[in-house]
Design a protein around this ligand. Structure first.
Ligand SMILES: Cc1cc2nc3c(=O)[nH]c(=O)nc-3n(C[C@H](O)[C@H](O)[C@H](O)COP(=O)(O)OP(=O)(O)OC[C@H]3O[C@@H](n4cnc5c(N)ncnc54)[C@H](O)[C@@H]3O)c2cc1C
Length: 387
């Protein structure tokens, strides 16, 4: 008689950085892994990401050699520059110390390029595009996933890596809509030859109740992300209105910054509210669990969204390979991940508020210890975490 192994088949919803990374990690351990993605094809979408030492260390543990590939496709950052709205440099902070201090650099890369690199490490017939998951049901033996159009797929373990508006989380937790954090975001990636920053720099342009991030993504691609404090989320009517709105908001900024917005095709600017969700006490039920933004969405202020997702991916695969049953695997995974990501979520929400309020106002609240850590202490805690 053959005894069925603990987990044979794994289905992952979402081919973002988290879903693809956990797929690679689980395949290496011998699982039959299938990834289901709602997009009809892989298109050049998404913003610019900063990959930091902790995220890169976990990616390297999942796929040795991948950091070199990412470096070649993106930009290894040597300095972070603070500018005023006229585009003049106020301060330069070296970040090449990351390599000495934490054993990895800071790399900026386009979300789409990262997705392509990760997808290239999987057999193409294990990624199923045009599969929008709408829910699931489960019993003691199996999970059955429902897709738009009526298709159903059965599996031993289901991982929801389908982002902040996760359909898996909706079925599993039912905790409603994401929480709006009081700022709006407009972002894009364009090919643009500019003289605002050197090839290995990233910049933070400090406005009054607004700011802009500029990231070099390699090959003359640049990411700009503009954020503004807004007590309500007020969406624009259409793409043309989005661009006009930003141009009005930066009308007093320097010419080079205005020219960057001007040169961007209106339909390429993505407008969204900055949101998170409150930390959860559990992420799993039966044979189903969550990962990445589906489990712990956070504001981008500490740059840990994608980086923490790679920690999840490595640790979930490890827990699956070490446990004697699914419940044990998912419970170990939660114990390893929930306390750490809770701190990141809370610190990120505070960071978002601090962009627009004085430190004094933000600090006046009764804060837990991890929220009082200095920036350096927090960085040490985040970046020194290793596989
Ligand atoms: C302005 C901004 C800047 C950021 N900057 C950084 C940064 O510098 N560093 C950093 O680490 N993070 C950053 N982040 C966060 C980062 O983008 C996310 O944390 C990261 O992409 C999460 O990866 P994920 O795979 O969990 O989810 P996602 O990247 O959201 O991927 C989810 C995938 O699931 C698919 N999907 C969704 N629903 C379904 C469904 N129902 N069925 C099938 N497929 C589905 C989506 O199409 C997508 O491909 C930033 C975020 C924002 C908003």
């Amino acid at each position: 008689m053959s005894i069925k192994p603990l987990i044979e088949k794994v289905a992952i919803i979402g081919a973002g950085p988290g879903g693809l990374a956990v797929a690679i990690a689980l395949r290496k351990l011998g699982y039959d892994v299938q990834v289901y993605e709602k997009a009809k094809d892989f298109r050049p979408v998404g913003g610019g990401l900063g990959l930091l030492p902790n995220g890169l260390n976990f990616l390297a543990a999942i796929e040795p050699g991948i950091v070199e590939t990412i470096k070649n496709a993106g930009c290894e950052v040597s300095a972070s520059v603070v500018k005023n709205t006229q585009g003049e440099t106020i301060r330069t902070n070296p970040v090449n110390r990351y390599q000495d201090q934490y054993n990895q650099p800071l790399i900026t890369i386009w979300w789409w390029n990262l997705q392509q690199i990760l997808a290239s490490k999987l057999p193409s017939d294990s990624i199923h595009l045009n599969h929008r998951c709408i829910g699931f049901t489960q019993d003691d033996d199996l999970v059955t996933i429902d897709f738009e159009g009526g298709k159903k797929v059965s599996t031993d373990l289901l991982i929801g890596a389908d982002g902040i508006n996760s359909a898996i989380r909706k079925t599993l937790i039912r905790d409603g809509e994401p929480r709006y954090l009081g700022s709006m975001s407009w972002r894009t990636v364009i090919k643009y030859h500019q003289e605002l920053l050197n090839a290995s720099e990233l910049a933070f342009v400090k406005g009054n109740q607004d700011f802009m991030f500029l990231l070099n993504l390699g090959n003359d691609y640049i990411y700009w992300g503009y954020r503004q404090s807004s007590s309500d989320y007020l969406p624009s009517q259409d793409a043309a209105a989005v661009k006009l709105r930003i141009l009005e908001q930066v009308a007093n900024w320097g010419e080079s910054l205005q020219a960057l917005v001007e040169a961007t095709p209106a339909e390429r600017i993505f407008e969204s509210p900055i949101c998170d969700r409150l930390p959860l006490k559990f992420w799993s039920q039966g044979r189903v669990t969550l990962l990445g933004d589906a489990a712990h969405p956070m504001s981008p202020s500490v740059g840990q969204g994608a980086n923490s997702t790679f920690e999840d991916a490595y640790e979930l695969a490890l827990c699956c390979s070490q446990a004697s049953n699914i419940q044990e695997a998912l419970s170990d995974y939660e114990q390893r991940r929930i306390p750490r990501t809770k701190i990141m979520q809370e610190r990120s929400a505070l960071g978002e508020r601090r962009y627009f309020t004085s430190a004094h106002e933000a600090d006046a609240q009764n804060m837990e210890e991890h929220l009082q850590m200095s920036r350096e202490q927090f960085q040490d805690w985040v970046f020194n975490y290793k596989p």
